[in-house]
Ligand binder design. Structure first.
Ligand code: PLP
Length: 434
């Protein structure tokens, strides 16, 4: 393959390539990554402070939990490549997908029995919503077609997931009249250790009771709200949701695309509460960050309900559904995770982040510092100067990607103590600069 010089690459990038949430042409020059290994990204050119290697504080947006170029995961992809990289899933099946689906059923809460393999998190959320709406349609209640969520959430960028993202995030304003009108309760009170606020619970119930006749499901991110603002709430609110959904005949969807596979300190955040949703979405870390894959799991009641309908099938089938390469690496990643004492690693990172980020409380302009599992957040009282904060982190040898008023990290679980300390120092430096 011909190598492009960094200058040529960047000028082509600027002219032709959209980046996430970016303008066209691009206005901020991205760092060019040449390769990645362990927890380090190797850049094509030196950046701030002359660094060419940055410790990854982001796990490539929650996904690369085992770091990069892990020999076991590399081998799983190579091995699968020697058999087939892809075959269609309509009318055909294969061992990597069947093994993965069975494994997901085994490790998620017991009522979840059926797996739809999707090709991205947003699509898994679309499928979860379709499952819920179709369940009610098939069981003679088509009017139950709205969703209820709480504020501060994020569920993806395609249209139905966007409709349940926090309405103040900008997208609702842009798409008023286009997005389906969903219902929003206030954000649950902050704090993993907080006890249930009875007034919040009764207001939530009042809203749900008033709309139960038209509600298909409640959808939330359990315990950790990610891209909507990096807030943590008590598992007591998940128990509240389970109870109210059962009482008022509404389905419950947990979007564990960010929290799944250990990130919050439990394998799935639902376990903190000891409850099971009717539908669970998984993605991101499912393949250890190697390939794009996600899943929507549901109970037998939902699957049976759909099967009783006039159209007894779930009408969804992406071209790359059940991609064998992605399934093979997902199987290897889950084996790798569960084959080690992953709780100890997540706890170790949590302790390192608490130690390293606590001093940020004294930085002027810092509003809050919080840590849950292998997630550390410094919230400012003003919007982050993203360029200044990113460069300050890079000078410390760390890759961070702040947004809104948040400088945050969720390192790969293999990050050693010294690098966790370095990441925390970089978050603090970014908070000073940003
Ligand atoms: N749901 C949650 C909770 C997420 O954090 C994300 C992505 O950040 C998504 C859904 C969308 O996933 P994807 O970006 O793979 O479409």
């Amino acid at each position: 393959m011909p190598q492009l010089s960094a200058d040529t690459l960047l000028s082509l990038d600027r002219a032709h390539v959209w980046h996430p949430y970016g303008p066209m042409p691009g206005t901020v020059t991205p760092y060019v990554v040449e390769s990645a290994s362990g927890v380090r990204l190797r850049l094509a050119e030196p950046v701030a402070g002359g660094r060419r290697e940055l410790v990854d504080g982001m796990s490539s947006w929650w996904a690369a939990i085992h770091g990069y170029r892990h020999p076991v995961l590399d081998e799983a992809v190579r091995e699968q490549l020697g058999r087939m990289s892809h075959v269609m899933f309509g009318g055909l099946t294969h061992e990597p997908a069947v093994r993965l689906a069975s494994r997901l059923v085994e490790i998620t809460p017991e009522p979840l029995q059926h797996v739809f393999l999707a090709d991205s998190g947003s699509v898994a959320v679309e499928v979860a919503m379709k499952m819920c709406l179709q369940y009610w349609q098939s069981t003679g209640r088509p009017e139950k077609n709205r969703l209820l969520t709480w504020r501060g959430g994020y569920h993806g960028d395609t249209f139905h997931p966007m409709s349940v993202c926090d309405p103040d995030g900008g997208m609702h304003h842009l798409w008023g009249g286009v997005l389906p009108g969903q219902l929003f309760a206030p954000q649950p009170p902050a704090g993993f250790g907080a006890s249930l606020d009875v007034a919040y619970a009764s207001a939530f119930e009042e809203l749900m009771a008033r709309h139960a006749h038209e509600l298909a499901a409640v959808i939330v991110e359990p315990v950790v709200q990610g891209a909507g603002g990096m807030q943590f709430h008590s598992p007591a609110y998940l128990r509240m949701l389970r109870e109210l959904c059962d009482k008022h005949g509404v389905l419950l969807v947990f979007d564990e695309i960010a929290t799944g596979f250990g990130r919050s300190g439990a394998l799935f955040a639902a376990e903190h509460a000891g409850v099971s949703p009717d539908v669970m979405c998984l993605g991101k870390a499912i393949t250890g960050g190697y390939l794009t894959l996600a899943a929507a799991l549901c109970t037998s009641e939902i699957a049976d309900g759909i099967s009783r309908g006039e159209m007894p099938v779930l009408a969804h089938g992406p071209t790359f559904m059940g991609n064998p390469l992605a399934c093979a690496v997902a199987n290897a990643s889950i084996d790798l995770l569960l084959g080690q004492d992953w709780q100890v690693e997540v706890k170790r990172i949590e302790t390192g982040l608490v130690d390293g980020l606590t001093p940020a409380r004294d930085i002027p302009g810092v509003r809050d510092v919080r840590v849950q599992g292998a997630i550390g957040v410094v919230q400012l009282d003003h919007p982050v100067d993203v360029i200044a904060a990113t460069e300050a982190a890079a000078r410390e040898g760390v890759w961070l990607r702040p947004f809104r008023d948040l400088i945050y990290t969720m390192p790969p679980y293999v990050t050693e103590d010294e690098d966790v300390a370095r990441i925390a120092a970089a978050v603090n430096a970014a908070a000073v600069a940003g």
